[in-house]
Write a new protein. Structure first.
Length: 258
């Protein structure tokens, strides 16, 4: 005869077979964003944007109110879609066997407040990080920059001691949002930022676009550094060229591409 405790254990869905079935259902349910997050993360080393485990990408499912993100400290060559961790927009783990990225709360804050983004990238890519460590915006020197933004790439001021001692990663999200707000910039207007003393973050409607923006930011950062080395007095790009290059790709009468 089955004991009452055993019967309750089974009826609560705690049997090994039920646990396995539940896990399989979650894997199927979150398959698409896990795959999207995995594919986007694997682009970072391919594009030379990360060293060892220095970076992460997340992919959001707005309908489900969750995002998939790289597990903390796992080398890229050991990743798989199944290892991506599912987290809600409060930063709480919903599904996964591993700890999510240490930057998870930053992603969660941005997803919660910026409702039109579907992917976020954080790296410590060399040139963008060098500008961040220098506490400098990246000046708009040329048309490569203007093809993607009409303003200098902003560098958020370093975080206060109080914020650092508090919930650091959570506060980083507000550090990013406040820096844009102070400059009257919208998150859909510019999809990249430097965090002072830290490194770059980029975002986009999809994780693929967020990765694209990360690669573009690193390219712009390198070009700007070389420009200042060649000519320390190099002028900012003239407004007419900024307008022309941005609008031919993104304006109402754009004609770039097919």
């Amino acid at each position: 005869m089955q004991s009452p405790v055993r019967a309750k254990y089974l009826s609560d869905g705690c049997s090994p077979s039920n646990k396995k079935n539940n896990k399989n259902r979650h894997m199927i349910k979150y398959h698409d964003i896990r795959k999207a997050a995995y594919d986007a993360n694997m682009q970072l080393p391919q594009l030379g944007l990360v060293l060892f485990t220095f970076g992460n990408v997340s992919a959001a499912d707005r309908a489900a109110g969750v995002f998939a993100i790289k597990p903390s400290g796992v080398p890229y060559e050991q990743l798989s879609p199944e290892k991506m961790v599912i987290v809600d927009f409060e930063g709480k783990t919903v599904d996964g066997d591993l700890r999510p990225s240490s930057d998870t709360l930053t992603h969660a804050v941005l997803y919660k407040h910026w409702v039109n983004i579907g992917g976020i990238v954080h790296t410590h890519s060399t040139y963008a990080t060098a500008w961040a460590q220098s506490h400098r915006d990246i000046p708009i020197f040329g048309t490569t920059h203007a093809d993607h933004n009409t303003v200098d790439i902003p560098c958020a001021p370093p975080m206060s001691d109080e914020m650092i001692r508090g919930n650091y990663e959570y506060e980083t999200g507000f550090q990013i949002m406040n820096a844009l707000k102070e400059r009257n910039l919208g998150y859909e207007e510019i999809e990249m930022i430097l965090v002072g003393n830290h490194a770059p973050f980029t975002w986009g409607k999809t994780p693929e676009k967020a990765v694209y923006n990360s690669a573009v930011l690193e390219c712009i950062a390198q070009m700007a550094l070389l420009t200042e080395q060649i000519n320390p007095k190099a002028p900012r790009l003239q407004d007419s060229l900024i307008k022309k290059h941005f609008e031919r790709k993104h304006g109402p009468d754009s004609y770039y591409g097919q």
